[in-house]
Design a protein around this ligand. Structure first.
Ligand code: 6R9
Length: 646
């Protein structure tokens, strides 16, 4: 190994679940005998009816079908709650840390069971039954976990919409899956600021009529409009029902949740996950990737609006009977020491966050970290985007004091759980590499034609076979599922990511190779931002690309052609930024807008994004071949008026 390599620390090796020899043996078994391996792994859950078949999957583009444990029955809520409530009712399931440092509480498994049952009974009273879709639009409060587990208890399918999304984005998601119930809060609270969740729901429902009940959790007690017959305060409803509710046995392949995510084209798609395979995979990865030992305090800083919150705040940890910390606030409130203060306050052992947070805290300076103890920390994790070696080293040396392995976990909404990652006791680390595949995962690197490349190489990342946590379909559009993931390279799942594999077989994810950009770890389809921009009356055309951004990883760069007669003013630039925030949400705000009288197009009218990307990167010296452009002259103007000058 030529690069900077960090071996497994001895203190971690002493107690680790898996060392390198065991990893290699388990990995080999998992790919040679997937049915045997996963059949045994699935015993980590309680099954109402045992399965007899383990794996039945096909990546044939004419017949994509993914089934795991298909004749088994279980209930996800039972597995995450009841079995632990029975064996250790006083163990803490969730530590909730509020936005205000004075606000925190612990919820035991016994209490969690009562809360989840009550929530399920409220949903039942509002007509929710097996198979119905329920939209959850909540801040990071324990009720988010209760609501998810209550849906799972009844066999209802939840669709969580991130609280930062606009009324329009919310309406689109509610409508796509035809939810009849929305669960929200009066207001959210982040960094001392209020988020008008209920008002956003009202605005969304002004456009869409199919919702019969809105359940409103009181968070701030703020004064919000309540429509009689449609809107109900959750606490009023909960007072009317019992804390007993049976968990419905579900088929392993019954859907557990839908989560909307951005792709390279069209509207966000509803990624559908199953009950059995998903939970086996989320719980097994949570245990092994974080080397979770019973009694440890585990904290994932994600929001439940993203897949990381689903798999690694709620389902994985709770299936394992772990103590999962849920944080309502932001890393910089009341100060940029907040993460480390919370680590000390709750004696956190395992800490999982995103590179964007690391980079911003790095900017705030070492002092804010060093004044805290962090002695409880044992394992650190990273997710959401490639972590640059500089941020990795700061995380390792400053936050972890050089004693905590960093698990850089590569995965996607679609994959349900972590696919490429170090294991703390098994894997020597290289800053910036997600290292090696988890059990059962078969990555490969292909060239543009789909030829599998061997050895040290670079290309597109595909997966050759299924794992239990894989998404099953795009909700309501199986053809789109097949087209998006299985048609680029026949017989393989295409991830949309590029990667390099080094001579040690380590994977280095280089980022998206499609029209998806990754802003602070949040996926954004360039097409979504473009369609928001062209919806503005003064915009004729728009093209959006990503460009390197010090804090966000990628920033959003928009080229905008105005309607004839419109003036390209500073005021209009601000108006367009505000417009996109309103249409999609703050995470989609363009960082740079360039007014462009013309966009570089081929004679067939296709925008040449390659050129736009280069100019946005301030790399216009290497534009490549521009001879196929209909009007090569537009390029000079674009370069002259570029907005990113380094
Ligand atoms: C879990 C999650 C998925 C995309 C993925 C890739 C990027 C995630 C990464 C990473 C490099 C890592 N990504 N983890 N890139 N190293 N450790 O983030 O899901 O929101 O669907 O995003 O994020 O590009 O394809 P999702």
């Amino acid at each position: 190994m030529s690069e900077n390599v960090f071996p497994v620390p001895t203190t971690v090796a002493e107690t680790a679940l898996v060392d390198n020899a065991k990893y290699l043996a388990m990995y080999e078994r998992s790919v040679k005998d997937p049915a045997g391996f996963w059949g045994e792994a699935a015993k980590r859950l309680d099954w109402a009816k045992p399965f007899t078949k383990v794996k039945n999957t096909s990546y044939d583009p004419h017949n994509v079908s993914i089934k795991w444990f298909e004749d088994g029955e279980l209930n996800v809520s039972y597995n995450c709650v009841d079995r632990h409530a029975a064996s250790k009712p006083d163990a803490v399931a969730i530590i909730w840390e509020g936005d205000d440092p004075k606000d925190s509480k612990a919820i035991t498994y016994g209490a969690l069971k009562d809360e989840v049952c009550r929530f399920a009974n409220v949903l039942k009273a509002h007509g929710v039954k097996k198979g119905d879709r329920v939209t959850i639009y909540l801040p990071m409060i324990p009720e988010a976990a209760y609501a998810m587990l209550a849906c799972a208890r009844l066999g209802a399918v939840h669709s969580i919409v991130f609280g930062g999304f606009s009324p329009d984005s919310l309406a689109g998601r509610v409508e796509d899956c035809a939810s009849s119930v929305i669960i929200t809060a009066d207001e959210g609270l982040r960094g001392g600021r209020k988020v008008p969740l209920k008002a956003n729901v009202d605005a969304a429902l002004a456009k869409f009529a199919g919702v019969s009940s809105v359940l409103v959790v009181r968070r701030t007690g703020g004064d919000v409009a309540m429509q009689a017959g449609r809107d109900f305060y959750y606490d009023d409803e909960a007072a009317k029902v019992s804390a007993d509710c049976p968990a419905e046995p579900m088929n392993a392949e019954d859907p557990l949740f839908i989560l909307y995510t951005s792709g390279s084209t069209g509207k966000p798609k509803g990624v559908l996950h199953s009950s059995g395979g998903y939970l086996v995979y989320a719980s097994m990865t949570h245990e092994y990737v974080f080397d979770y030992h019973p009694g440890e305090i585990y904290w994932c800083t994600a929001d439940v609006g993203w897949v990381t919150g689903h798999s690694y705040i709620v389902y994985g940890p709770l299936a394992n009977g772990a103590t999962s910390l849920m944080f309502e606030g932001i890393p910089t409130y009341p100060s940029a020491s907040r993460f480390w203060d919370v680590v000390d306050k709750h004696k956190v052992n395992i800490f999982y966050t995103a590179p964007t947070a690391i980079r911003s805290l790095m900017g705030a300076g070492e002092e804010l970290v060093k004044k805290t103890s962090r002695a409880s920390l044992r394992i650190l994790g990273s997710v959401g985007e490639p972590i640059n070696p500089e941020a990795w080293l700061w995380y390792y040396n400053v936050v972890g004091d050089g004693r905590c392995p960093i698990v850089d976990t590569w995965w996607q909404t679609e994959t349900g759980g972590i696919l490429i990652t170090p294991l703390p006791g098994a894997t020597a680390l290289k800053p910036g590499s997600a290292t090696r595949p988890f059990f059962g995962v078969q990555p490969a690197v292909v060239d543009a034609e789909g030829n599998i490349l061997e050895g040290a190489t670079e290309g597109n990342l595909v997966l050759l076979d299924s794992w239990p946590g894989q998404m099953r379909t795009v909700y309501g559009d199986h053809e789109r599922f097949v087209q998006t993931y299985f048609s680029t390279y026949k017989g393989m799942y295409f991830t949309g990511d590029g990667c390099r594999r080094d001579a040690d077989g380590y994977y280095w994810i280089t980022g998206r190779v499609d029209d998806v950009i990754n802003v602070s770890g949040h996926r954004m389809g360039t097409a979504e931002v473009e369609s928001a921009l062209v919806a503005h009356p003064k915009v004729a055309e728009a093209a959006v690309v990503g460009y390197p951004h010090d804090l966000k990883g990628q920033g959003i760069y928009a080229y905008v052609t105005l309607m004839s007669g419109e003036e390209p003013t500073e005021a209009l630039r601000k108006e367009l930024v505000a417009w996109v925030r309103k249409e999609i949400g703050p995470i989609a705000s363009p960082d740079l807008i360039q007014f462009a009288p013309g966009l570089p197009k081929t004679r067939s009218g296709k925008i040449m994004r390659r050129i736009l990307r280069k100019i946005a990167e301030d790399e216009f010296g290497s534009l490549g071949d521009t001879s196929t452009l209909a009007d090569p002259g537009v390029v000079d103007d674009l370069i002259e008026n570029r907005q990113n000058r380094r």
